[in-house]
Design a protein around this ligand. Structure first.
Ligand code: GLU
Length: 469
C-alpha cells in the first residue's frame, strides 16, 4: 500500500509556523515511506478565505523546501462540494444520519440546564430534509472509538459521550468535519498527520469513516506550539507568520531545521544538522506529544549560525533582497544608485559574523551608501561628551596626513591620539564611530573607515565637529 499523506491548510490568514512544522513532518514522512504528499487547500469557509492567503501558503511552502510541482495538488476543497453532499445523503439514506430542526434554545428548554450537547430529540422522529433542517450523525450508544495515533498511542473515546453532531447545516452545506473526511477518503489518504488541536474531532471523524464503510487512516497528532508563557501561539499575540520570519531574514534552512526540533531531536545531542540528517533520522513515532515551545531567541541564535556557515558569496547573495527592497521587504534608506557593490563585498565578511537575521545588514552598512549617515541622536548625546570636539580635531588632523589609509594604520593613529589624552582606544573610537556611522555599535570601525575612504570619513568627522562646542 502506498502511503499517502496530506497537508490541508485553510487559507484564512498568514501561514502559521505551526502549520509549516506539520507540513514538513508530512513531507518527510511521505519521503521516508516512499509515499505521496498531497496538498489540499481547505477553502470551504468562503467568508474567511482569500485567494492571496492561498498564494501565501504555496510560496511559503516553496520557501521552506516543499516546492511547487514536487507534490500532488494543490486540490481545492471547494471543488469537491458535490462529493461532500453525496456523502451526507448516503449517511442519511443508510440511517446513519437524521434531520433535526432544533435550536440550541429548544434543547436547553427541554433539558432544563446549560447546553451540554444535543439530546437526540429527533433521532427517531423521521423529520425529512427541508430548509433549516440540519443533518446530524447518529453516534453509537455504546462501545468506544479507539484512534490509532502514531504519537499518542491509542486514545480511546466513549461513544455515549459523543453527541449526535451536525454534518450538514440547515442550508444543506456539509460542515468541515465531514468535508475533511470525504476529501481524505477520496484522495486515498492513509496517514493523517496534523495538529493536536484536531484531536477532539478525531473520534467523530473516525465514526464517519466507519459509517461510510472505509477503513480509517492512521492518525498522528503533532503537539501544539506554545510561547514562553505556555500559551498556544496565536496570530493576535505572537509572531506566527512564516512570511514574517522570511522577510526579517531568517534562512529557510535554519527555519526548517528549527521547526523540526519542535518535539523532536536528532541523535547525539545535536541540534543544528544538515537537512539530509533530519530526513534520515526523523521518526514521527518519536515526536514528544507535549506542547512544543517555539523559542524565538533560540531560532535567532540558530539563524546566526546558519548565516555564519554560508560561503561569503552566498551570504552576499542572500542579503540582496534587503539591500534593494524586494517584494514585501521594505527598501533600504539609500537610493539604488548610491549602493556600491564593491564596498559591500569588502565589509560583507565582517557583517556576516555579527548579524543574526539578514535584515540587520541594513543598519550595519547604511553608513557606506548614504551621503550623510543617519545619526542616532540618543547615541550622539551619550557619546559626544566634553572633549569630544577636541578629540575629533586631533583625529582629523592625524588622519589628514596619514600615509596609508588602511585599517591597521588608522587604528594605531587613533590609538596615539587617544593616548595623548590618557584615553583607551574604546573611548577614543566612540566619537569617531558616531560621527562617521551615526551609531555606537556596528562593524569594526577601522575596517569600516578603510572601505569608506579618506574623503568621506574626514567630511563626516568635520561635520560632526561643527555640531560640537
Ligand atoms: N484545514 C484544517 C486546518 O487548517 C486542517 C484539518 C486537518 O489537517 O485535518 O486546521
Amino acid at each position: 500500500m502506498t502511503v499517502r499523506v496530506r497537508f490541508a491548510p485553510s487559507p484564512t490568514g498568514m501561514f502559521h509556523v505551526g502549520g509549516a512544522r506539520s507540513a514538513l513532518q508530512n513531507w518527510i514522512y511521505a519521503k521516508q515511506q516512499g509515499g505521496v504528499f498531497v496538498l489540499r487547500i481547505e477553502d470551504t469557509d468562503a467568508a474567511r478565505n482569500k485567494p492571496e492567503w492561498t498564494e501565501g501558503i504555496l510560496s511559503a511552502l516553496d520557501w521552506i523546501g516543499i516546492s511547487r510541482g514536487s507534490y500532488e495538488g494543490p486540490y481545492f476543497q471547494s471543488e469537491n462540494a458535490g462529493e461532500h453532499r453525496a456523502a451526507a445523503t448516503r449517511l442519511y439514506e443508510s440511517g446513519r444520519a437524521y434531520y433535526c430542526d432544533c435550536t440550541r434554545e429548544d434543547v436547553q428548554a427541554r433539558t432544563g440546564s446549560q447546553y451540554q450537547g444535543y439530546d437526540g430529540y429527533h433521532r427517531d422522529r423521521g423529520l425529512g430534509p427541508g430548509p433549516g433542517h440540519a443533518l446530524r450523525f447518529r453516534t453509537p450508544d455504546e462501545g468506544t472509538t479507539v484512534v490509532v495515533d502514531l504519537i499518542r498511542g491509542e486514545p480511546t473515546f466513549e461513544n455515549k459521550l459523543i453527541e449526535d453532531f451536525v454534518i450538514a447545516r440547515g442550508d444543506g452545506s456539509p460542515v468541515f468535519l465531514l468535508a475533511n473526511v470525504v476529501d481524505d477518503m477520496t484522495m486515498g489518504i492513509t496517514h493523517v498527520i496534523r495538529a493536536e488541536e484536531h484531536l477532539p474531532n478525531t473520534p467523530k471523524q473516525q465514526l464517519l469513516w466507519d459509517a461510510l464503510g472505509v477503513k480509517p487512516p492512521i492518525w498522528a497528532h503533532v503537539p501544539v506550539v506554545v510561547n514562553e508563557k505556555r500559551q498556544k501561539l496565536s496570530k493576535r499575540r505572537d509572531k506566527v507568520a512564516l512570511e514574517a520570519y522570511r522577510d526579517e531574514g531568517y534562512l529557510a534552512g535554519a527555519m526548517r531545521n528549527y521547526l523540526m526540533l519542535l518535539g523532536w531531536a536528532p541523535s547525539g545531542d545535536r541540534e543544528i544538522v544538515p537537512w539530509s540528517v533530519i530526513e534520515d533520522e526523523f521518526r514521527l513515532e518519536e515526536v514528544n506529544p507535549s506542547p512544543a515551545f517555539f523559542d524565538e531567541k533560540k531560532l535567532r541564535a540558530f539563524n546566526g549560525e546558519y548565516i555564519r556557515a554560508l560561503p561569503v558569496a552566498e551570504f552576499v547573495d542572500a542579503c540582496q533582497p534587503w539591500l534593494t527592497g524586494t517584494g514585501t521587504i521594505a527598501p533600504p534608506p539609500w537610493q539604488p544608485d548610491e549602493f556600491d557593490a564593491d564596498a559591500f563585498a569588502a565589509v560583507a565578511p565582517l557583517a556576516q559574523t555579527r548579524i543574526a537575521v539578514l535584515s540587520e545588514i541594513v543598519p550595519n552598512v547604511d553608513f557606506l551608501f548614504l551621503a550623510t549617515p543617519l545619526i542616532d541622536e540618543a547615541a550622539w548625546t551619550k557619546t559626544m561628551k566634553d572633549g569630544s570636539g577636541e578629540l575629533l580635531d586631533d583625529a582629523v588632523a592625524a588622519f589628514e596626513v596619514l600615509e596609508s589609509w588602511d585599517a591597521e594604520s588608522l587604528k594605531s593613529t587613533l590609538e596615539a591620539v587617544g593616548a595623548e589624552r590618557g584615553l583607551k582606544l574604546g573611548k577614543t573610537q566612540a566619537p569617531v564611530r558616531v560621527a562617521v556611522t551615526g551609531r555606537t555599535v556596528g562593524l569594526p570601525l577601522f575596517e569600516s573607515l578603510e572601505v569608506l575612504g579618506r574623503d568621506r570619513t574626514l567630511t563626516r568627522m568635520r561635520a560632526a565637529r561643527l555640531r560640537l562646542p
